[in-house]
Design a protein around this ligand. Sequence first.
Ligand code: B1M
Length: 210
Amino acid sequence: MDVFEQISENLMKGKANDVKALVEQASKEGAAPEDILNKGLLSGMSIIGARFKKNEVYVPEVLIAARAMKAGMEILKPLLAEAKIEPVGTVVIGTVKGDLHDIGKNLGGMMLEGARFQVIDAGINVEAQKFVDLAREHNATLIGASALLTTTMTNMKEVVDVLKGSDLAGKVKIMIGGAPLTQSFCDEIGADGYAPDAASAADLAKELAA
Ligand code: B1M
């Protein structure tokens, strides 16, 4: 097994310290930062994402793998910056106004980071205007809004409306996710895409950013 496969395997098992050490080792041995990212960390994370979609692994395994990914990224980030490897886009994510649930939103954010997006986390109970202000401030490609309550999912329409009424209309897209949502709700409020789970959020973001 080469060092990239070892990184991928250990990431899937959530062994954060081993991932960190292997990333350091790969770098010392002269591996390109982009290869460590793509063949090691992202390979492991996308396998976990696919297994999560098929219900072969569950939330705790994804969280543990994401923590190992973060540990590896701590070592890799400065090396990627030196090699001038840019993120594929920037996403402002948050849970909409009135809603305090953040586990799904955080998982989505981790998957997006795993897909090489820069993620700006606006937190929970986020006003529509704040999503748009942060998107402008960070020159974002996408806004990702999450809602877990039937009473707060309606606040997503406000985010769509504020975005569409702003100078960012047509430049920044909006994707939505959360247990009570559906594709037809997404169509109804005029959002650009709906992701039923965190792994799909990464796939959808890549599509919308393309
Ligand atoms: Co609340 N809660 N909760 N809760 N809670 C639910 C959602 C509920 C279904 C429980 C129930 O009654 N059976 C119910 C909603 C009913 C409804 O609206 N129809 C409910 C309620 C009623 C409430 C309160 C009103 C309870 C009360 O106070 N009376 C209150 C509301 C507070 C508020 O938000 N204003 C409340 C509070 C809480 C806690 C604070 C205690 C806690 C949240 C802690 C936290 O998030 N830090 C909590 C929890 C934990 C839950 C349950 C048990 C679990 C939610 C969760 O994290 N699931 C939930 C019942 C349940 O689902 N079994 C429940 C795991 C998570 C990974 O899934 O968030 O769906 P989920 O995310 C998925 C996808 O939806 C998607 O990807 C994720 C992974 O695949 N996804 C995205 C989510 N966001 C995405 C964004 C994307 C893309 C994909 O792109 C941007």
